[in-house]
Design a protein around this ligand. Structure first.
Ligand SMILES: Cc1cc2nc3c(=O)[nH]c(=O)nc-3n(C[C@H](O)[C@H](O)[C@H](O)COP(=O)(O)OP(=O)(O)OC[C@H]3O[C@@H](n4cnc5c(N)ncnc54)[C@H](O)[C@@H]3O)c2cc1C
Length: 410
């Protein structure tokens, strides 16, 4: 049985997207702006973002603004610092004046509740574009088009297929084979709470002890101020969840400076704390295969060390639509050229970020004791961490930001 789209579905313009996460929704919004006909197939009855808060950087905000999101009261601005657990400053992320001026947005990171950011994206989706309860099964492609098969037996004919179905992507698995997912040896507890006293305004801190990370950032939830906070701990795959989460986290946080131990009391453990085991995959060099292309976590799941996975998924959608702009999707050659342009702009950039995030995670959590001691000595007494962050994390993102001239306001 065929899916009957309630929106226009014109040959040469038909894009089927699998997955209504940040990557899939961004792709849909960007492609719609370019005049394509888009349907987004989501396996859940309604799209649900991961729990907790998120940090989004300035180029991502500029993309969202371009889609029509009002950035007033969207997120909370933060100055980000790396510190040790004696509260000694190791690095303060600088702001790039040219980037700030070009986009007309100050700073770099903004914190907000994930569900709030995602709801604003969803509001821009025209009715009928989202097809819920649609679990992707497989696709078949010819030189002229793609047939998408859902698990309930329904099919849809499209000109191209975008796999934005997350870390366990079925589209990516079919297009590129087994992803070889591996547990990175880390578990993250992501939480949020209302404001607490005594924290300098607009300050976010990523703090490391010899083994753990505990961090906090200002953020907005439903337009109101609050804090995102989290703990990263080394952990074996399938390790059982501690029976008493409050006491487990309380013990870790007691070794961190104020205000971190105080966050736990202000957080509802039933509704405001989420646990994640972190998986990754070896980097792919190619994200397209014929008329099929993948983006977001489907091809590059990111360790939260980058705080950029949702951001990169949103950017991917924007860049894909830019590369496809004006293409006749009937024409396999035009499709292939557009996909190659997209890949040339994104694959190396994203892989570098993913690999850097993994390296940073390993450096902070996987070194055996004597090396961990040496690491702390070096990070406390030299500017190496500061230089790594500026060079390996910020420099490329700032360069990309300055090239996104169509989004600049100055
Ligand atoms: C602890 C933690 C902290 C993080 N912090 C940050 C941060 O601060 N900043 C940041 O930018 N990123 C952060 N991230 C990363 C970010 O959450 C992800 O990178 C982002 O959600 C990826 O978006 P996506 O759209 O590619 O995939 P997803 O968000 O996984 O969405 C995929 C969608 O596809 C659907 N789907 C799956 N299979 C099928 C199927 N068979 N058929 C149809 N639909 C399907 C799913 O239901 C889902 O809706 C963090 C991640 C974690 C785990």
């Amino acid at each position: 049985m065929r899916v009957e789209p309630s929106l226009q579905w014109r040959p040469g313009k038909r894009v089927a997207v699998i997955g209504a996460g940040p990557g899939g929704v961004s792709t849909a919004l960007a492609l719609k702006q370019q005049g394509f006909d888009v349907l987004v197939f989501e396996k859940q009855p309604e799209p649900k973002p991961l729990g907790g808060a998120v940090l989004l950087s300035v180029p991502v905000l500029a993309v969202l603004r371009h889609y029509g999101i009002d950035l007033n009261n969207f997120g909370s601005f933060t100055v980000t610092e790396f510190r040790n657990n004696k509260n000694q400053l190791r690095s303060r992320l600088p702001f790039n004046k040219s980037v700030e001026k070009s986009f007309g947005i100050n700073g770099w990171h903004y914190g907000m509740l994930r569900s709030n950011a995602f709801a604003k994206m969803m509001e821009l989706m025209p009715e009928g574009m989202l097809v819920p309860n649609s679990d992707f099964d497989h696709y078949t492609q010819t030189a002229d088009g793609v047939t998408v098969n859902l698990k309930d037996g329904k099919t849809i004919e499209a000109d191209i297929l975008v796999g934005a179905d997350g870390i366990r992507s079925g589209v990516s698995h079919q297009a590129f084979g087994d992803p070889g997912l591996f547990h990175v040896g880390l578990r993250v507890w992501l939480a949020w709470c209302d404001p607490i006293d005594g924290i300098p305004p607009q300050t976010g801190r990523i703090i490391h002890s010899h083994k753990y990370q505990a961090s906090f950032f200002p953020m907005l939830h439903d337009g109101k101020p609050g804090y995102e906070w989290w703990v990263v701990e080394p952990c074996e795959e399938n390790a059982p969840t501690p029976a008493d989460i409050a006491s487990h986290l309380g013990k870790i946080l007691s070794k961190f400076p104020d205000p971190l131990p105080r966050f736990l009391q202000s957080t509802n453990l039933e509704t405001q704390i989420f646990k994640w085991d972190i998986y990754n995959r070896p980097s792919l060099k190619q994200w397209s295969n014929g008329r099929v292309v993948c983006l977001g976590d489907a091809v590059h799941p990111v360790s939260p060390y980058a705080a950029y996975g949702m951001g990169m998924a949103i950017e991917d959608g924007y860049f894909l639509a830019k590369a496809l702009a004006g293409s006749d999707l009937n024409d396999a050659r035009q499709v292939s050229n557009s996909f190659h342009e997209f890949e040339s702009q994104r694959v190396d950039y994203v892989n570098n970020h993913v690999e850097f995030a993994r390296k940073l995670g390993n450096t902070f959590h996987q070194l055996p004791y004597p090396l961990a001691k040496l690491r702390d000595f070096v990070f406390d007494r030299t500017s190496i961490l500061d230089r790594m962050i500026r060079h390996d994390y910020l420099a490329d993102a700032e360069k990309m930001s300055l090239m996104m001239q169509e989004l600049h306001q100055a």
